[in-house]
Ligand binder design. Structure first.
Ligand SMILES: *Cc1c(COP(=O)(O)O)cnc(C)c1O
Length: 341
């Protein structure tokens, strides 16, 4: 461990029970944030300070050229009044992969993990007690040059903020399979958590591949799974899909539950015909924010593919309760996924 990170505490916490338990996803921020700057080849004094506005030049790099990436993972309450992060090292590794893709300097592991751990420890009272509640940890990392020169920035800032949240979707979701616009294409940044990937402004879209508009890729904030002939299938990590930590956890847990889980290309035509033949029994999304989110309907061209209401016996419901049980320490952490803070 490196030296302790200096902390400037808020003079008075904004925490209330209503903010902690009832906030809309991502709309409430806890008291503190972690801030660290990179300049001239090294990281300068990371600090924890009160959460609040920051001021920048209108020429700031991400406003013009999009050099900005982010991450998302959660801290949960576990038994004996303790708290654990779920697989934060995976997010650290993915953040640095995204950074390399966007020509940004790597972040040292001790800075990231120690910073996040101290931040969550400091604001642990903000973690909801309600079922499915968690403290969402949102790192954002961006260039902070104030020049319009088109080049990678010379200075960068990492900020980590946290939000008390419940599940992203309260109800089973409806997705539109999009044929005209695409999220990603081979050689692009689809497998990075780059801010620009979300600039198209779509809500609840099921993306198809950027070349043929034929294969299912993923949804806005989650990877997708289908249950076909009793098997779970999800598209492979082809370079255009975000490699979700929840997707990876789901593949492991499904196999442990005795459900065969395959990664393979899924043509949208196969989804239509399997649905018509009654072989496609479930569709669900998997992501940190959404956890495991049942899909009620997929619209493709002029057709609505409906999926029956989720039963407790569904693959999605069983997977979700298994995952949440591990995250909240109610089931043994066989895979070493929890990092207690
Ligand atoms: C973050 C994200 C996911 C889910 O990744 P997790 O690590 O499971 O949270 C899936 N797709 C996209 C496009 C994402 O941005």
């Amino acid at each position: 461990m490196s030296a302790p990170i200096p902390i400037t505490r808020v003079s008075q916490s904004r925490l209330t029970e209503a903010l902690r338990e009832n906030s809309e996803f991502g709309a409430t921020f806890s008291d503190h944030m972690l801030v660290a700057d990179w300049e001239a080849g090294s990281w300068k004094h990371p600090q924890i300070v009160p959460f609040g506005p920051i001021s920048f030049s209108p020429a700031l790099t991400p406003f013009h050229y999009g050099q900005a990436i982010f991450e998302g993972f959660k801290a949960h309450r576990i038994p004996n009044d303790r708290v654990a992060l779920f697989r934060p090292r995976e997010n650290f590794v993915r953040l640095n992969r995204s950074a390399a893709r966007l020509a940004m300097p790597g972040i040292p592991e001790p800075l990231f993990l120690q910073g996040v751990t101290e931040l969550v420890r400091l604001d642990r009272d903000w973690i909801p007690h309600r079922e499915g509640g968690a403290l969402y940890v949102r790192p954002t990392y961006f260039g902070i040059d104030d020049t319009l020169l088109v080049r990678p920035a010379n200075r960068f800032r990492l900020i980590v903020m946290t939000c008390p949240v419940g599940p992203y979707f309260a109800q089973p979701i409806r997705l539109l399979a999009e044929e005209r616009y695409v999220r990603a294409f081979p050689g692009g940044t689809g497998d990075s958590k780059a801010a620009g990937n979300y600039a198209g402004g779509f809500h609840n879209v099921l993306w198809l591949d950027g070349v043929e508009r034929r294969y299912v890729e993923e949804s806005g904030v989650m990877n997708v799974f289908f249950v076909l002939d009793g098997k779970a299938i999800t598209p492979p990590l082809s370079g255009t899909i975000l490699p979700g930590v929840t997707r990876d956890s789901a593949l492991t847990l499904l196999r442990e539950m005795g459900i065969s889980a395959e990664e393979r290309q899924i043509p949208i035509d196969e989804i239509l015909s399997a649905h018509a033949a009654g072989k496609l029994t479930e569709a669900f999304g998997a992501g940190t924010a959404a956890i495991v989110a049942p899909i009620a309907c997929i619209r493709y061209r002029d057709r609505d593919l409906q999926f029956s209401a989720v039963a407790d016996s569904s693959v999605a419901a069983r997977l979700r309760s298994r995952l949440v049980a591990i995250q909240t320490g109610r089931e043994p952490d066989k895979h070493n996924w929890l990092l207690p803070v």
